[in-house]
Every structure is written in structure tokens, then in C-alpha cells.
Write a protein that binds this ligand. Sequence first.
Ligand code: C5P
Length: 199
Amino acid sequence: MPFTIAIDGPAASGKGTIARALAQRFGFLHLDTGLLYRAVGAMGGDPVAAARALTPEDLLRPGLRSAEAGQAASRVAAIPEVRAVLVDFQRRFAVQEPGAVLDGRDIGTVICPGAQLKLYVVARDETRAARRAAELGVDPTEMLAQLRERDARDADRATAPLRAAPDAVVLDTTALTIDEAVARAVALVEDRLSAQPAP
Ligand code: C5P
């Protein structure tokens, strides 16, 4: 049975970095599900039609990592029909052998509630803003306001809001280096893998 790791958390908490590192360490596939919403937001026009027309090439569009694309993503992500269109693709991705890591906002709660490991990655608001501002070369104060606005929209929406699954392990990366955060996540995966029944 493929091993699925679900990683959720607010913007810039470190979940993408941890997801990439786990995928590389264990030879699993990785899907940054935020990119799906960023691409839909960037396509313009009717967001539901854009979600239906989404192709893998759309995920390579330039500019998808910008703060503006993040805001547009969080607006289209609040539309239940947009989310519904993207569910099957994510669920199919999650059950590929030998395993898959998906990071987003609703992976542990909606997309993969049966994932073998669920992580909910958090960090202090100011720390997250400083990290993302450094990454994008923008002002940290402006970034803090933007992240808070986006997190509030993601957490307050009616469909698949940002939430930790009840059985998620919370990982606070505020005081951790990237290596420390990854090491904790690796230990959790190894622990769950060793508890897996032999194939
Ligand atoms: O993770 P990232 O910051 O790229 O996500 C951009 C936006 O996409 C989030 O603010 C959120 O609104 C939306 N998103 C979502 N569900 C996911 C992943 C991302 O609603 N699983």
C-alpha cells in the first residue's frame, strides 16, 4: 500500500520545504497543492472553468510564487466548485507507489483523511513573514499584513478551511532551523513506516 504524507499549515510555515525534503529522503512523489490554486487564480476568467482546464504546464507559469498570485489563489480557493474540480487529481496523486507527500491546507482533513502521517506545520506570524519577505525580496511589515489576511481568508472559509486534522502532529518551526524541522519530520515518517505491516 502506498504511504501518504499530508502536510498542512498556514502560509510560509515551512511546510513546502519539509514536504520537498521528505519526498527526496524517502523517494516519494511530491505535490505542492497551493500551486494548483495559484495557477487557477493566474489564469483569469471564470475560476471554475480555469480549474477544469488546468494542465500540468499551467503549474510552470512564471510568477506563480509571488505574493499577488498567493492572494489571487486564496480568493479562488474559497469557491467550493473550484475545490471540487481539483479533488480527484489530488487524491489520485496521493496513492502512487511508493508514496506521496502533499502539502496544502486541507490535505489531512479533506483530500487524504486516511494518510499514514499528517503534519500540521506552524510558526509565529512574524517569523513566517520575515522568511517569506526574505525569499521574495519584499518588505516584512507588508508581508505580515498580507499573510494574516490570507490566513484569515483560508481559515474562515466555509469549504475545507485551514485546520489541523484531529490526528495531525503539530510541528512548530518558529525556533527551528530547516535541518532541525526536517529531522523531526523524518523521525516521524520513520516511526510510522516501521509500524506499517510488511507488504
Ligand atoms: O501554499 P500556498 O501559499 O502556495 O497556497 C496558496 C493559496 O492556495 C492558499 O492561501 C490557499 O488559499 C490555497 N490553498 C488551498 N488548499 C490547499 C492549498 C492551497 O486552499 N490545499
